[in-house]
Design a protein around this ligand. Structure first.
Ligand SMILES: [Zn+2]
Length: 260
């Protein structure tokens, strides 16, 4: 399996072997082989950092079991006032979803978070500031990002969140350390809507419907105005195909909150 641990081990073994061969025979081409191996290692690390589905550095929940026709709608980058429209549509179809919250937005949208909880949706952590550099923060700063969001949501709702979604899906060895220390469940996705792009709604809807299959985790953004428009088509279509909607906790049968 392509994981950080395996790749690091294989790279160390191959590089050591090549260097020993070079030291024995002294042929310069073995140095080129060593350089090629180093480049390949670097490319593999970059692939792991930017590919959430690879689950390269840590365990991620990207897709549920296909045995039931369950799927999870997940929403990032709220809470915002647009979240109300999203909740209105979900309520209309009696669907519970999972919302990954940005801590710095909670204070101005407290009633949104309270409504999410009251209507049975699940809450997850999406860092405090949602910086593009989050994935490359040192351990202490990353811990602070996650703890401060957890704390602000706990103060408001009493819920101690265990679900975490990394911004932009970027994962690193530092993140692996932090989620292990904080005992978080890291949630990826299997269907990326690209609803933050300027693409018209129709194209986004077709992309989502084309990719959805049993066990899918769909990534959407409730801070965008078009989110409600997308749901108005996506939800009836998937219900017609006899899908059942679940929270992330239900789909993966994992705890969403710490009992303390
Ligand atoms: Zn985000």
């Amino acid at each position: 399996m392509l994981t950080y641990k395996n790749v690091r081990l294989i790279h160390a073994l191959l590089s050591t072997t090549v260097l020993i061969v070079y030291l024995i025979y002294g042929h310069v081409q073995w140095l080129y082989v060593a350089m090629g191996l180093a480049l390949l290692y670097l490319c593999t690390l970059l692939y792991g950092v930017f590919t959430v589905k690879a689950a390269f550095f840590l365990t991620l929940f990207n897709e549920g079991s296909p045995r039931d026709k369950l799927i999870a709608l997940t929403f990032d980058d709220g809470p915002s006032q647009n979240t109300h429209q999203v909740m209105d549509i979900l309520k209309q179809y009696n669907i519970k979803a999972t919302f990954f919250l940005i801590g710095s937005k909670v204070k101005e949208n407290q009633e949104v978070v309270q409504r999410l909880v009251a209507e049975g949706h699940q809450l997850g952590n999406h860092t405090y500031h949602h910086s593009k550099a989050t994935g490359f923060y040192p351990v202490a700063k990353l811990t602070e990002e996650l703890e401060s969001t957890r704390s602000v949501v706990k103060q408001l709702t009493g819920l101690n969140m265990k679900l975490y979604r990394p911004p932009f899906g970027v994962t690193t060895p530092n993140l692996a350390k932090v989620v292990s220390q904080l005992r978080l469940n890291v949630i990826g996705w299997s269907v990326r809507s690209f609803d933050t792009t300027a693409q018209p709604a129709e194209g986004i809807i077709q992309r989502v419907l084309r990719q959805v299959k049993p066990g899918a985790v769909v990534l959407l953004h409730d801070d965008r105005e078009k989110c409600a428009v997308l749901l108005e088509t996506i939800i009836p279509h998937l219900l017609n195909q006899r899908y059942t909607f679940a929270t992330v906790g239900e789909l993966f049968e994992i705890e969403a909150y710490e009992n303390d």
